[in-house]
Design a protein around this ligand. Structure first.
Ligand code: HEC
Length: 141
């Protein structure tokens, strides 16, 4: 009986630590981010981030994605005012989106590491910082 109990304990510890491990791996963040993207962003920025020229800016190899603080603000506070993305001018509005910090982390990791984009992964601490800093030239919705 003791043996069975300790076996069960070992299995449970293994399962729990595995699920923690999975949460922390980059690939899980990218998988979750893809779903978040499809739910909240794809309708405008399109399936492969290509956007609609003149209406919704592309997210593919757009230099503006390098600034993670600005990205966090755009998602949580929306955006308005003129912006030029890959030589195309936009002067529209994007409403803020009601998402959890975790979803914001995942969706940013996804868009910055898909469709040929490559950037370091971010985490929850980056969101907390981004909320506090001032991003020059950024106008919320
Ligand atoms: C209803 C349409 C719509 C949805 C949904 C939407 N956006 Fe946008 N997005 C826009 C528009 C329009 C702009 C340009 C705003 C402007 O001209 O100031 C924009 C701008 C941006 C920019 C700035 C582009 C740049 O290079 O400066 C980023 C980044 C962005 N969106 C990411 C996202 C992400 C991530 C999501 C989902 C969490 C999302 N958007 C959801 C319409 C949308």
């Amino acid at each position: 009986m003791k043996k069975i109990i300790s076996f069960i304990t070992i299995v449970m510890v293994a399962l729990v630590s595995q699920s923690f491990y999975q949460k922390a791996t980059p690939s899980t963040s990218l998988q979750n981010g893809k779903q978040t993207y499809e739910t909240y962003c794809m309708s405008c920025h399109m399936e492969n981030g290509e956007g609609v020229e003149g209406a919704f800016p592309t997210l593919v190899k757009a230099g503006n994605l390098n600034d993670k603080n600005r990205l966090v603000k755009i998602i949580l506070q929306g955006m308005r005012g003129p912006v030029t993305v890959k030589s195309v001018k936009y002067d529209a509005e994007m409403a803020n989106i009601d998402m959890t910090d975790k979803e914001v982390v995942d969706v940013i990791n996804y868009i910055r590491n898909s469709w040929g984009n490559k950037a370091p992964m971010i985490n929850l601490a980056d969101i907390a910082i981004a909320k506090k800093v001032v991003v020059k030239g950024y106008q919320p919705y």
